[in-house]
Design a protein around this ligand. Structure first.
Ligand code: FES
Ligand SMILES: [Fe+2]
Length: 361
């Protein structure tokens, strides 16, 4: 008789992984892309914060000039985290002995006596930064490739576009691939059976081209009476949705009227911060009983309500599921995963191929 369970062996790291699934769940994301670090509003002038990209720590700081800079998070003197230090002007000073580093990583000043030495020429690594869509993005890989792997263009996110915008972010205890699978694998309509963001999904198209997987479902989007009240069914076809994994980002589009991008910050094998931008065409958003197109101010006012009523509760259900999937994987990583939908398989191949490209490079 079995009186106790043997503690499970930890999931293998990438080099020990045997199956495709084990490789996927141990893979990082290729650093030669732009990754979201923080919302712009999370970093005020004069502030420094630590951000982790795939087990590497970065000190991100905003100078008094408003410009954001990113450095590897270690002082060149005794390797303290520079995120413990202080922003002075447009430079970052270590908390311990007061060595100061500029945005290029050069040590420019030492607070204490040089004991007769010349000012030492020490430098730490600096990383490209850009702010777009209200997000601070860093490029943790080879800076020479920063223009080659550009961020997607989202003109709808401009202030003047008239589109309704909902930014949302979550720190989830799950591998990035579990999160990206979740956003595109519509077999999990059951999880959302009360909120019905998509129902009766049938895969119409799935294709991989270069570093992108595109797919389309026939599905009923926003399939409740309440959601239909707020979405103009005449101007928007809610019977299909296109989605994609444009490595390393994920997107969707319902009739080009309801869209989103999801940018993930993979922190380690079990921790991911996901930044979502949801946006809605001005002729899609309506208020029951109001016959005319809503002015921008009204659309803006409706968005936080939509976030509270629909987006946050929905993503909370996903959080429960992806964190539970991670827990299940950690215990049962050697069990087979009999997926019926080919979408997660296509995503898995892309994630592994890109990670192997990185490891080979
Ligand atoms: S450890 Fe940073 S100044 Fe000494
Ligand atoms: Fe979901």
């Amino acid at each position: 008789m079995l009186l106790y369970q043997i503690a499970p062996k930890p999931a293998p790291d990438y080099t020990a992984a045997k199956t495709q699934r084990q490789k996927q769940r141990a893979a990082g994301l290729h650093p030669d892309y732009w990754y979201p670090a923080l919302w712009s509003h999370e970093l005020l002038a004069g502030q420094v914060k630590e951000v982790v990209f795939w087990k590497r720590s970065f000190a991100i700081f905003r100078g008094e000039d408003g410009v954001v800079r990113a450095l590897e998070n270690r002082c060149a003197h005794r390797q303290l985290k520079l995120s413990l230090g202080n922003v002075e002007g447009c430079e970052l000073t270590c908390a311990y002995h007061g060595w100061t580093f500029d945005g290029g990583g050069q040590c420019t000043h030492i607070e204490h006596s040089l004991f007769g030495h010349k000012m030492p020429n020490v430098k730490i690594q600096a990383f490209p930064v850009q702010e777009r869509y209200g997000i601070i993005f860093i490029f943790p890989g080879n800076p020479e490739l920063k223009d080659e792997h550009a961020l997607p263009e989202i003109p709808e996110w401009d202030r003047q576009s008239g589109w309704g915008k909902i930014p949302a972010d979550f720190l989830w205890n799950a591998h990035h691939s579990i999160i990206i699978d979740n956003t595109c694998d519509f077999t999990h309509a059951y999880l959302h059976r009360d909120r019905r963001p998509f129902t009766y999904a049938e895969l119409k198209h799935l294709g991989t081209e270069g570093d992108a997987v595109d797919l389309e479902y026939d599905t009923r989007v926003g399939d409740t009476r309440l959601q239909r009240l707020f979405v103009n069914q005449k101007s928007t076809n809610t019977n299909a949705m296109k989605l994609g994994y444009r490595y390393p980002y994920q997107w969707s589009s319902t009739d080009d009227k309801i869209k989103h991008w999801c940018f993930v910050l993979p922190m380690d094998e079990r921790t991911t911060r996901a930044f979502f931008l949801f946006y809605f065409s001005p002729d899609t958003v309506r208020i029951p009983g109001v016959p005319f197109r809503l002015p921008q101010a009204i659309v803006n006012a409706v968005m936080p309500i939509a976030k509270r009523l629909f987006v946050t509760p929905l993503l909370d259900q996903d959080r429960m599921a992806v964190e539970a999937e991670q827990e299940g994987y950690d215990k049962h990583w050697d069990k087979p995963v009999p997926d019926l939908n080919p979408v997660p398989q296509a995503f898995m191949q892309l994630t592994i191929r890109k990670w192997e490209e990185y490891l080979a490079g």
